[in-house]
Design a protein around this ligand. Structure first.
Ligand code: SAH
Length: 472
């Protein structure tokens, strides 16, 4: 099979013959006139649209001599006539475009996407014009929104390369660099009426990694918010969907404990820290909701990035409801929760057939809520995983012992799970209660209590620390 050569023709002022006078011919006539072609027509009958165009039309049957001096002929008549035109054109070395009649054509009009001086052509070699239209829409949707800025920059670069004699092979990487620099210089503004945002971590937004790699970012996307789980820290524990959402994002609102390498995946997004820093919220929950809603309504793709899983102690549920109430489209990308991953990374299975058939994940920041939750379980009956509980570990352990849990129950705290700084403290429930754990409170730690903890201890990992002397 041979290939068609895609080609853009400059028809301005050049003679083109249109054979046929019906609505199909009229549609072609519009395209030819848009290309400033010098169109002449021939057809026994001519529809009103063609009449109105004022283009000179001979009211008679086609004759081969009509092709004299013609660069291109468009056959929009019956198959019989088209065949005649094709034969005559072939003999005179003139290309013929036959509407919906590929057998009688040597030139095929393509579906085109035009934006900012860029023209993309799509052709199915005349076999499936409807598919061409569909593909056209699809391609239009993935072109970058700021294509005109790309075109302008590429033009500037080209002039400089020519001036400096830059070899062809070097130009592509230079162009990518130059396009990326566009975003480094001018991160897209969130909107000036969000003063809270501007005070935020603009530096993070400026440190964007490469923006342009494939040259494609979804455009005219409808605003949307994704509640995305970032896992416990290591980028290797992100889901593929989380990576995809980050790559496509325009705006990322992230909490504390999110690894920089993960944020960098959001290459062309503005990134704002909205979590707690030094015990203070950078932004109230209400403001976060309002910013997400407003950004989505403006057509932005927002990622609300949360540590672990977005629905485990992350207010993800509240945010989802607020977004839904506002009529904003929202999806959830589950993450690897530290409740399971932190023990796992310390070799502790939260369930084991011989030791524990269930686990309870409970927050430790509110002692009363903790007490209520553990009240429901039989002492030493399940594995308990405590998030946000390191600071109150002594009180929490006391509550369990009061409730009838054995003071000798194995306990562990996994700090900085999945990070290079991961450390594991091992001891007993009593050790936790007596507070003889030197711990840096600003590192995230997950407490695990139950017989399964001993399995992790037995695994004998190098990083683990014994009771009573945990430090860095
Ligand atoms: N949605 C998160 C939990 C948010 S609450 C999740 O599913 O993981 C924050 C708590 O998670 C911290 O106080 C700590 O207990 C735990 N945590 C988060 N990251 C951690 C990590 N890398 N190592 C250990 N614990 C972690």
């Amino acid at each position: 099979m041979f290939q068609l050569l895609p080609l853009f023709l400059d028809l301005a002022g050049r003679r083109v013959l249109l054979v046929g006078g019906g609505p199909v011919a009229a549609a072609k006539l519009r395209q030819l006139l848009a290309a400033s072609a010098d169109v002449r027509g021939v057809s026994p009958d001519v529809c009103e649209a063609i009449e109105r165009s004022g283009v000179p039309f001979e009211r008679r049957a086609f004759a081969p001599a009509d092709l004299d001096g013609v660069w291109l002929v468009v056959a929009a008549a019956t198959p019989d006539v088209n065949r005649e035109v094709a034969a005559a054109a072939e003999a005179r070395c003139v290309f013929v475009n036959a509407v919906d009649d590929p057998a009688n054509a040597t030139a095929f009009l393509t579906g085109v996407v035009r934006r900012a001086g860029v023209t993309l052509a799509i052709s199915t070699s005349g076999a499936a014009p409807a598919l061409t239209a569909l593909l056209r829409e699809g391609i239009d949707a993935v072109l970058p929104r700021d294509l005109s800025a790309w075109v302008a920059e590429a033009g500037r670069q080209r002039a400089a390369w020519r001036r400096d004699g830059v070899p062809m092979a070097d130009r592509r990487p230079l162009l990518l660099e130059a396009l990326n620099a566009l975003y480094d210089r001018s991160p897209r503004a969130v909107g000036s009426e969000d003063p809270a945002l501007h005070k935020q971590d603009v530096a993070a937004g400026l440190q964007a990694g490469p923006v342009v790699t494939q040259g494609i970012t979804p455009a005219n996307a409808i605003g949307h918010v994704s509640l995305v789980g970032a896992g416990p820290g290591d980028p290797g524990l992100l889901t593929r969907r989380a990576v995809a959402r980050l790559r496509a994002a325009d705006l990322v609102l992230y909490d504390a404990l999110i690894d920089r390498r993960i944020l960098k995946l959001a290459r062309h997004a503005q990134r704002f820290f909205v979590g707690k820093r030094a015990g203070r919220h950078a932004m109230t929950q209400q403001t976060i909701n309002a910013v997400m809603i407003r950004a989505a309504r403006r057509g932005r793709r927002v990622v609300r990035l949360k540590g672990g899983d977005p629905f485990v102690f992350g207010r993800g549920g509240e945010e989802m409801l607020a977004l839904r109430d506002a009529g904003v489209s929202v999806d959830v990308v589950p993450g690897v929760t530290s409740a399971i991953a932190a023990p796992a990374l310390a070799g502790i299975p939260v369930t084991h057939r011989d030791h524990s058939s269930a686990f309870l994940v409970v927050g430790g920041h509110d002692e009363e809520a903790f007490a209520d939750a553990v009240h429901e379980v039989v002492p030493n009956g399940v594995t308990i995983v405590v998030l946000m509980g390191v600071g109150r570990r002594a009180a929490l352990a006391g509550r369990l012992i009061d409730r009838g849990w054995a003071p000798a129950t194995p306990a562990a705290i996994v700090f900085d799970a999945s990070k290079p700084t991961q450390e594991v403290w091992n001891g007993t429930l009593e050790d936790l209660g007596t507070g003889q754990v030197e711990i840096e409170n600003n590192r995230p730690g997950t407490i695990v209590i139950g017989e399964v903890v001993a399995l992790g201890t037995r695994a004998g990992r190098g990083q683990e620390k014994r009771a009573h002397h945990v430090s860095r």
